[in-house]
Write a protein that binds this ligand. Structure first.
Ligand SMILES: *[C@@H]1O[C@H](CO)[C@@H](O)[C@H](O)[C@H]1NC(C)=O
Ligand SMILES: *[C@@H]1O[C@H](CO)[C@@H](O)[C@H](O)[C@H]1NC(C)=O
Length: 193
């Protein structure tokens, strides 16, 4: 039995509609990727915008100690990769919030970072947060929030603010470096999606 012409065209239409809605779905879905070279540049800008961690800030290590265990032990599978990328995403997101909520202390005993590099760093940070936006829906408990509450407490107080920012920078650098070194297979490389 040959299908009638009208039946055939309605089948074609149906397939086309399904393809279209699939495409819409893909377009509407927030992206979940972090580009490796953008993360690398972000790391380099943060590394180069200021000097080494000051000795006089060491005493705040009790207050500010990044939970290393937030990273998965290995990245052999998809959930572990997602966790590793989430640590990067969430660290950058909380850092962006701190920059929005508090001014960097200037003047003597303040933070003397290269403003141009800082602003380039923040631009890349914004881009990573946009491109990785779907990572925000992580199902594991938020292991980073006690850390960021502590950073906020130290950054909030006048006497310790500069050290709070220095410690934050040290830890964000550690997060980016660790992710790039130990979980590099989780990142997206340009030209090979
Ligand atoms: C937060 O600060 C308290 C001391 O005020 C410290 O005992 C705790 O380990 C800190 N936690 C983190 C994640 O830095
Ligand atoms: C650091 O933590 C101690 C408790 O371990 C607390 O008394 C102190 O206020 C904290 N310092 C800052 C600047 O938050």
């Amino acid at each position: 039995m040959k299908p009638s012409r009208s039946k055939l065209s309605s089948t074609v239409l149906c397939v086309l509609l399904q393809l279209c809605s699939l495409q819409l779905l893909v377009v509407a879905m927030p992206t979940c990727r972090l580009l490796e070279d953008v993360v690398l540049n972000t790391h380099h800008l943060l590394r180069d915008l200021g000097g080494a961690f000051p000795v006089q800030c060491l005493k705040y290590n009790i207050n500010i100690s990044f939970p290393d265990s937030a990273f998965p032990a290995s990245t052999a599978n998809h959930p572990q990769c997602r966790q590793a990328l989430w640590v990067v995403y969430e660290t950058l997101r909380e850092t962006q919030l701190l920059f929005e909520d508090f001014e960097l202390p200037v003047g003597e005993g303040g933070v003397s970072w290269d403003r141009k590099k800082l602003s380039s760093f923040q631009n890349l940070q914004d881009r990573l947060l946009e491109e990785g936006s779907c990572l925000s829906t992580n199902k594991t408990p938020d292991v980073l929030s006690p850390y960021f509450s502590n950073v906020t407490a130290v950054v909030q107080q006048q006497g310790s603010a500069a050290c709070g920012w220095m410690a934050l920078r040290r830890d964000v650098l550690w997060v980016l470096k660790t992710a790039l070194r130990e979980h590099h297979s989780c990142f997206t490389r340009r030209g090979r999606h």
